[in-house]
Write a protein that binds this ligand. Structure first.
Ligand code: ADP
Length: 486
């Protein structure tokens, strides 16, 4: 009995590391396709990806084994055990891909995932070794065995960490980062393998008879496995890139469709909203012209017509201003002129200016409960906020009294509530009404573009404040605004 001098074929060693890196790169790439897909397609992707990745990892390992030679000695492999080691590698990959594609990146999932994957990789390696048939006994160095298993766990942990990082990058353009990730993972996987090989001391024992009806390790076998693996990985990589391109296209199409739909809706609402006051103006002008032609034109008629025209013009101006504001907000060009002001005085002025409109709707007066609240405010914009809220309270308040209540939350914050007892807003709709163009089951005869509250919210936020609504269907709504004071 003597210790054998064994060799590693350097070309094959380098190739095995390269294949491990390529397989890891492919895995990082495939994670996205698995994540992007759903249902049955997801299972198919998971299966295909695990197959590709498993074969990639296994092939690194087996080429590493083929690189291992003992001069003057044939090495055979037991085929059933080799096949088992391939299955274990595919299983390890399936576990890892499933965890990354379907679970949340929590510490528990990282640990669980790297434990399962590390065990499977180590299992694959040692089953692979066990499939080796040589006339020799193997003496194991426990230190290296344990080290190799620890490396398998650490490599798996790193692989999961990287994969989670890449799975949400829809652009798929992060080639360099993924490439570096693949190389690190490839080195880790081969590190595990070659540490495991270091653990073995082989003592030739010619008395052991090796059944030669098994797979003989040859360079031809190594070449076949390398080419086969490259083909599998190449197909997988091409598939995932096609999938990503299709997925991006679908994403783009849905967002384009949504954009076109929003534009069409806006055009139809906006033209309707503009048409109503324009029609009023046109009718008034035509009637006036007829009266002039007929000669029964008088000052009373002139004044009435001008009033109606003016009201309609105001409505158009309001609409156009709202649209301009929305455009400015969208372009980030809304600028404020803040100055130290008393908030209660601004609100008082707005309430006073709205009194005629309320009176016309039969609501006696807006009850106001002011407190002293000095802060940095853009007077014009704050007026706009309360004009909007108070005209909504009028529009949707069903003729019931409206109240405005100011309350100091603490010396630095004031809450202003505008309270009506009208239609109210369902909980589901409360979230929507602050969106642009969003109108929720408003009676059709009540005019509006659905822009007001979105502008109000933006203005409040640009004052460092916050707005929310408390409401119950049929009972009324209270819009609350919190403003910081100075
Ligand atoms: P508009 O009033 O032009 O439709 P807003 O953005 O001001 O647009 O309001 C959006 C929607 O929120 C309204 O269409 C209406 O359905 C709902 N809403 C706003 N204020 C109230 C309120 N005080 N009571 C009930 N519903 C309201």
């Amino acid at each position: 009995m003597h210790h054998a001098h064994h060799h590693h074929n350097h070309y094959l060693v380098v190739l095995s590391v390269l294949i491990a890196a390529f397989a890891s790169y492919t895995a990082l790439d495939l994670v996205q396709s698995v994540t992007n897909s759903k249902g049955k397609v997801k299972s198919i992707w998971l299966f295909g990806s695990s197959l590709a990745m498993g074969i990639g990892i296994w092939s690194m390992h087996f080429i590493g084994m083929l690189a291992f030679t003992i001069p003057g000695l044939d090495i055979y492999y037991n085929v059933p055990l080799l096949v088992l080691s391939i299955f274990v590698a595919i299983l390890a990959s399936a576990l890892a891909l499933h965890i990354v594609a379907s679970l949340k990146p929590t510490t528990k999932n990282y640990l669980l995932g790297s434990f399962m994957m590390g065990s499977a990789i180590a299992g694959m390696h040692y089953i692979g070794i066990a499939s080796m048939r040589i006339p020799a006994t193997i003496i194991w160095n426990q230190f290296y065995v344990i080290l190799s298993i620890i490396i398998a766990f650490i490599a798996s942990f790193g692989a999961l960490l990287l994969s989670f990082k890449f799975r949400d990058d829809m652009s798929g353009r992060d080639y360099i980062a993924r490439g570096i990730g693949g190389i690190i993972m490839g080195i880790a996987i081969s590190g595990m393998h070659y540490t495991g090989m270091l653990a073995m001391t082989i003592s030739i024992d010619k008395s052991i008879v090796v059944n030669s009806h098994q797979l003989l390790a040859t360079e031809g076998l190594a070449t076949a496995i390398i080419l086969g693996t490259l083909a599998v990985l190449g197909i997988a990589l091409a598939g995932s890139n096609i999938e990503r391109a299709l997925f991006r296209k679908t994403l783009l199409n849905t967002s384009l469709e949504a954009g076109i739909k929003a534009r069409d809706e806006f055009l139809s609402i906006a033209s309707h909203e503009l048409k109503t006051p324009l029609t009023v103006i046109k009718l008034n002008v035509e009637a006036s012209l007829r009266h002039i032609e007929r000669g029964d034109w008088n000052e009373e008629r002139f004044e009435a017509s001008l009033h109606k025209t003016n009201k309609s013009l105001n409505r158009i101006i309001r609409l156009v201003n709202d649209m301009l504001d929305v455009a400015r907000i969208g372009a980030g060009k809304l600028s404020l002129n803040k100055e130290l002001t008393d908030l209660e005085i601004i609100i008082e002025d707005v309430i006073e200016s709205m009194a005629p409109e309320y009176a016309a709707a039969g609501i006696p007066e807006i009850k106001f409960h002011p407190v002293k609240a000095k802060g940095m405010f853009d007077v014009f914009r704050i007026e706009q906020v309360f004009i909007n809220l108070l005209s909504n309270a009028l529009k949707y308040g069903q003729g019931n009294p409206v109240e405005v209540i100011m309350k100091l939350q603490n010396p630095n914050n004031v809450i202003v509530s505008v309270k009506d007892q009208g239609f109210g807003i369902s909980e589901e709709n409360q979230k929507k009404i602050f969106e642009r163009f969003e109108r929720v089951n408003s009676p059709n005869e009540i005019a509006g573009l659905g822009l007001g509250l979105s502008i109000v919210e933006e203005l409040v936020k640009s004052h460092g404040g916050n707005i929310w609504v408390e409401s119950e269907l049929g009972k009324g709504s209270t819009f609350c605004i919190l403003f910081p004071l100075s």
